[in-house]
Design a protein. Structure first.
Length: 567
């Protein structure tokens, strides 16, 4: 392909009737004032979208427009253009075509970039237009730090040799950023944030150290290194989180904050002595992501409406239940964000505080100094709150104080580990909470799970296996064969997993008069029957099947979360 001619973006958009002359003059004025690129000025002021700009350039230059969301990228080809050039020129190598290379550019009219890319890849290049936002996401995802991590791990092994260095003294050492252990950790955190990992596991084995990431609830191996470096990593992380570096025989917990790609990430760390050294697990909490709204966590609209109405009640207890890692905290913070206003005082009692919420008084439990849930909760109630969030109803004492608070004019939100909504009131009775308290103070129970969402870029039709067919038949009856099912084939967008992201699956038991009366009844079977009637079949299982039919998730994912409560 010939070198592209120099064209003016504004003129192209006016010619193709996507902009008026007045809008172009306004944008040129803004460009002069701010010094920003003209394309960005158009998009940020809502004059045209990135897709419209890409489409207009493709038509004008007579080259293809490629939607990166649906383009399966070959990581080998991409690396023909190093990451620094890819970011600088907003370009990505897409495929090898005989002697030439197809390169996607956000601005194919940039002649200097065209010449530089030709020089770097040492081949003639053919151009395509790509959308800038998607291009930057793709660069983040594709240029992963895997090789870099392995290299730094090797560098650290050589640095350590056979003797162990006292990394405890590294704190005051000049040029510490250059130490291999620091570079290794920084690249591990960078990579974890690129692939949206929620946890990093550093696990010493007999002959090697393995580092795994939890992505969308499932662990994936990131890298393996020599077990010699395990102690150095554990020491450095303990220093960062203010833990006792001389204590290697007892588990420890701590936290620290780091900056990854200009974003603040809070890290909760737990160390545990194992046979081959200390195992370290870190939970990453990205503070810049913001709190999710109730509308965007996957709850059906009719349920959101009911849940919101319950949250507006002046008092009572609202429980969110489910196993660890089922998104309970996210749902509760979504509720808190809606209740957070100047007219209300909100207090949270948590272990630990997971998200920071402006205007809310958040208290962290500390068992070491006897700052327990029950003790903080008692004090919190003297602080004249309207809404109290208790991180977890762990024991009878906490449950009773919470219930009493709900009876005396406070709205109390909390979590409990139970399998489904219907069994929750019975669980409270088992904990020793008086029957009348459960019947009068409990307003609603929301049970939830998380399922992985099929990757949009590689979704394809799927025929359920015989066991899956039987399971679906239970909910869908004879219509099971008439439905269409999808799964993800696995591509570079989803790291070959077929899934990208997660969404919630919900069921809600509202404690109306009939259910509250049944809760006061001494026979649990009678209560279960009344509660199930009130829910009218709107169960976790049914919501999971609805997501399968809608092409959001796979049959195996829906079955996986259903097996947790079908015992």
């Amino acid at each position: 392909m010939a070198r592209p001619e120099k064209v003016r973006l504004g003129e192209i958009l006016v010619q193709q009737k996507l902009l008026s002359e007045e809008q172009l003059q306004f944008a040129l004025g803004e460009q002069k004032r701010t010094g920003r690129k003209l394309g960005r000025v158009f998009v940020e002021n809502g004059l045209v979208t990135e897709e419209q700009i890409s489409g207009a350039l493709a038509r004008q230059l007579n080259i293809p427009y490629i939607n990166l969301k649906f383009f399966n990228i070959d990581p080998e080809v991409v690396r023909a253009l190093p990451e620094t050039q890819a970011r600088r020129f907003r370009a990505i190598a897409l495929e090898s075509r005989g002697g030439a290379m197809l390169v996607g550019m956000a601005d194919p009219t940039d002649l200097f970039a065209y010449d530089e890319i030709s020089r770097v890849v040492k081949r003639p290049i053919e151009l395509a237009v790509v959308n800038e936002g998607e291009l930057l996401q793709t660069i983040d995802r594709i240029y992963r730090r895997t090789e870099e991590i392995t290299d730094f791990a090797r560098e650290l092994e050589q640095d350590l040799g056979d003797s162990y260095v006292d990394f405890g003294n590294l704190g005051g050492t000049p040029g510490i950023e250059e130490a291999p252990v620091v570079k290794l950790l920084q690249s591990v955190f960078d990579d974890a944030s690129q692939v949206r990992a929620s946890d990093i596991h550093i696990e010493p084995q007999e002959s090697r150290l393995q580092i795994r990431f939890r992505i969308d609830g499932v662990l994936h191996l990131q890298t393996e290194a020599d077990s010699k470096i395990a102690q150095a990593l554990a020491l450095r992380l303990k220093l960062m989180s203010g833990l006792d570096i001389s204590e290697k025989r007892l588990p420890q917990d701590g936290r620290f904050a780091i900056k990854v790609k200009q974003q603040q990430v809070d890290v909760r760390i737990s160390t545990m002595p194992t046979q081959y050294g200390e195992s370290v697990v870190m939970r990453l909490l990205n503070q810049s992501g913001g709190i999710l709204k109730l509308d965007s966590i996957g709850m059906p609209p009719s349920m959101v409406k009911k849940f919101r109405a319950i949250l507006q009640r002046p008092n009572g207890l609202v429980l969110v239940t489910g196993p660890t890692g089922s998104g309970k905290t996210t749902t509760l913070y979504g509720a808190l964000a809606e209740l957070n206003s100047m007219e209300r005082k909100l207090i949270t009692v948590e272990d630990p505080v997971e998200y920071r919420l402006a205007g809310v008084n958040q208290v962290q439990i500390n068992e070491k100094i006897d700052l327990t849930f029950a003790r903080v909760l008692r004090s919190a109630l003297r602080q004249d709150p309207d809404v109290v969030l208790v991180g977890e109803m762990r024991d009878q004492e906490t449950a009773q104080i919470g219930m009493r608070a709900a009876l005396t004019g406070h709205l109390v939100l909390s979590t409990l580990h139970t399998n489904d909504a219907v069994s929750t009131p019975i669980r409270l009775l088992d904990m020793g909470v008086p029957r009348y308290m459960v019947a009068t103070s409990l307003q609603a129970v929301l049970a939830q799970r998380l399922v992985r969402v099929i990757c949009e870029s590689c979704a394809e039709p799927y025929t359920p296996k015989p066991s899956e067919h039987e399971w679906l038949k239970f909910e869908l009856g004879d219509t099971v064969n008439a439905r269409k099912y999808l799964h993800g084939r696995g591509c570079t967008h989803c790291n070959g997993t077929g899934y990208h992201g997660r969404t919630g699956v919900y069921e809600m038991l509202e404690m109306n008069e009939a259910v509250a009366t049944a809760a006061n009844h001494h026979d649990p079977a009678h209560f279960m029957k009344v509660a199930q009637e009130q829910m009218a079949g709107q169960t976790l299982r049914r919501h999971a099947v609805a997501l399968v039919i809608a092409g959001k998730t796979t049959v195996s994912e829906a079955m996986r979360i259903s097996n947790q409560f079908d015992d």
